[in-house]
Design a protein. Sequence first.
Lengths: 578, 578
Amino acid sequence: MDKILRINMSADGGPKASTGSIGAYAGLGGRAMTSAIVAKEVPPLCHPLSAENKLIIAPGLLSGSLAAMSGRISVGCKSPLTGGIKEANSGGQAAQVLGRLGYAAIVLEGAPKSETIYKVFINKSGVKISADNSLKMLGNYDLIEKMKKEYGDKISCISIGPAGEMKLSAASVAFTDMELRPTRHAGRGGVGAVMGAKGVKVIVLDDTGMPNREPKNPEKFKEANKNFVQGLKKHPVTGEGLPAFGTNVLTNVINEAGGFPTNNFKMGRFAGASKISGETQASTESARGGIVTHGCHRGCVIRCSGVYNDKDGNFLTKQPEYETVWAHGANCGIDDLDAIAMMDRLDDDYGIDTIEMGATIAVAMDAGLAKFGDAKAAINLVKEVGKGTHLGRILGNGAAVTGKVFGVERVPVVKGQSMPAYDPRAVQGMGVTYATTTMGADHTAGYAVTANILGVGGKVDALKPEGQIELSRNLQIATAAIDSTGMCLFIAFAILDQPDTFQALLDLLGGFSGANLTGDDVVALGKSVLKNEREFNIQAGFTSKHDRLPDYFKNEPLPPHNVTFAVKDEDLDKVFNW
Amino acid sequence: MDKILRINMSADGGPKASTGSIGAYAGLGGRAMTSAIVAKEVPPLCHPLSAENKLIIAPGLLSGSLAAMSGRISVGCKSPLTGGIKEANSGGQAAQVLGRLGYAAIVLEGAPKSETIYKVFINKSGVKISADNSLKMLGNYDLIEKMKKEYGDKISCISIGPAGEMKLSAASVAFTDMELRPTRHAGRGGVGAVMGAKGVKVIVLDDTGMPNREPKNPEKFKEANKNFVQGLKKHPVTGEGLPAFGTNVLTNVINEAGGFPTNNFKMGRFAGASKISGETQASTESARGGIVTHGCHRGCVIRCSGVYNDKDGNFLTKQPEYETVWAHGANCGIDDLDAIAMMDRLDDDYGIDTIEMGATIAVAMDAGLAKFGDAKAAINLVKEVGKGTHLGRILGNGAAVTGKVFGVERVPVVKGQSMPAYDPRAVQGMGVTYATTTMGADHTAGYAVTANILGVGGKVDALKPEGQIELSRNLQIATAAIDSTGMCLFIAFAILDQPDTFQALLDLLGGFSGANLTGDDVVALGKSVLKNEREFNIQAGFTSKHDRLPDYFKNEPLPPHNVTFAVKDEDLDKVFNW
């Protein structure tokens, strides 16, 4: 991981790969890497689809090592959805494979001079780029089947579906999982559209013959890894809830808390919640021969992933995540798990963010394009995206564009990105994160559900403004650091609650790099990432006025608690005062 | 003109009109009035389609008097197109009629509680508001015919077409001309969408029985008016060019200068220019029994308007303006005047901005939806808007949304609003205005074509950055003042070149109000308007980063002069340093 691969799509005679030293970016991984390159190399006012934007794919600091949970990968660019900096994060196999291949980042630069699309193959011998227009407009599933035929089944893939090729602002970048299915996505912010604008359909990785990355201090590393895994196993969220029911364990929890946005954020509880809960999902999966407890990448010990089979017992999609179940479910008034799973499958195949799609369909429902609760109509709306119809292109550009096109006033976005599955009125700490993160409304940027709802890392009343700023600030800093390690963010539950697990993480990082890391170093890392990102956004034209929720969250009380978002504007402006 | 009519669309039991004193807004007219009310009463972060936005319609300070050229009207709100403050300006009869009826402004507030649409009738007896769903989705032409049947032909109307009802961001507000046709439009920035969001389809005005507004100093006023008219008559632009060929006199001029944006701003000269020039247009109109020289409102002495008949000699539309001929013509590679006139008619009927529509169709052509030069396809694209299809809704939301939906990178907008008919590379002073005006790309905000191309008000080399900042600054200040008087902006040609005509304007204003006005007062008025507008935009989240042209104008040389926009960013930031 001491080299960076740059592919210049503008080069005369076709795309040109060059591998260089990591240079000034040494010591960075994941989000720290993508955000540093974007901040340093991308003109903040460039068009996100222009040759001047760059797409950066970076494994984490520990990716490719034997550290547990180190298989997350970051995709960064200037976002076509928000117009600001973007880091979208995914599981899957690519982080570990890229790490073993020795790449700290792949940077796609420039723009192709024709409509030709390209595939990139990377193995221990180097990089090969080929034009391949036979891949045009393939769904991710067909694409991966084709790659398997061509390159065998030891590969892992990074790809876009038709949505990315159409440069839709909600397009994702897909990563294959351990079964070589394109089920893990860097979903948010339209990173797939930027890959589409670069003309790259798929990057195929094969790490055959490459060893794991070795720690500088093997003893310390090994011991730390053991303690780290034990810590994850003993925490109720990472050791019990997530493995048993996946992320969808949250449906009942958030619904009970009254923060489960229903019918385009009109209510905080959904009558059909129990039909789509993680508990129901798990028993459905078990009954159909699916898998309830499964890792999305090698080295995962939480194993919150799974397999969702259709009624006939055939693979339909990976176990839909909580945010997907919410987006395509409650937020559209839909209580049919099979319909939700079908939309998850379609989203993955087209290469589009499930959160943005669900939020968009709910806005379309408010515009009268379908009725809340009509699962069939919702599926058809998703299919429009795959077909690339005019309606599909509208929807594929997300909730903000859809609201504008159809004249809808109530559109739950911040910086153009849809809010996820936690109503900011009933989970006010999330509201602070939505409003202030550099990413546009994003739950992962500072997951205040921890102290607001789950009682993890302390307790802050979810319905009141007090304490939310500090909570969100600390979580945003910690998250930016974790997103740079390549660690799955879910380790946060354990490290927030268990000082010894946090120490194990520090020792893992320190054992690997040979340095002696402290908590202060982690905080400093997180702050430096946020500082890069904020500075980019300021140069791109963002001000404190963009760090706000839409007005109606302040004026329209949310049942059942009948609360409004009560954190003051002047307090939101203090999140980054540290 | 000492009262303000407010119509609260949110009132219990249906919309409620109340007439109040002008109060704190005394002494303001036109743009000074609309921008003051928006800045003071509209929350800068509100959704433009929300109940919190207001639509303000204000005649100028001299409207309703016998002052020549005083028939312009301003429509203001927070713009759905730009997200910033908006003043869109129109000719037609309404300014004079509203002035005589005594209203300094009509303010539409709140939002209706149902889908019902309303008509408002105002005469000397007062205001009557009625629900009338029979008007739904009528084009402006049919609507006005209906109003004539209902209220007779002494009326003048302010209305929206289907585009406004659909709340499309490029929707206009139509004003009837002297022949009671809906041909004059407050076109820019989506003001029609805000009127649509208020649920008001049409405001019918009847000033029967109301006298002209009387000047405080009749002798001074009369003398000044005489001198003013003489000054307009003797200037070559206002006395010869505009009356003879209308605004389209510019096609040959701007094309010759190499600043006539062709095929979506790819070239500065159009091979078919002579076929669509003002000269060709005038002879075509004459040959078909149309009208070449005609005023758009009573009291106009420049008379740059006209009537365009079809091949059979039947009225098709008013004489298309230069910017329309450019937008639907050269910018789409179309050299067919009849096709352009047909699109002008459709735009007026649907109630949509001709500039935004033409610019949008050119972007759609770059997206592959039609070929440059295909007039039939372009007409069909305009018709999509009228039909309200998904494609029509995309296009009706303007070039920025269309570019986003179809993944087009080259989109010539500033603050979300399309550039008009002057390429900022070949007319660099216009580039400064496009970049920095509060309005989004807008030629009327500071018409640097004067000194850049026409040699009016001095001479500044159009192809070089030197002197453009000061030129644009002074024009923006002067324009904001003129837009507040109710005077047609075209008086600027004469008052910039002829000190005695400028003095006549000051005497007209002074003779009317009884005050003694100086040039400094006009400058102070202009600055105060711009200050209000800038402050609103800052509170709405705009920064200097939004005062920029898209990058490609800086990188892509424009034939035939092969120049790029060369005004430096740091100089753009000095426009409002005065």
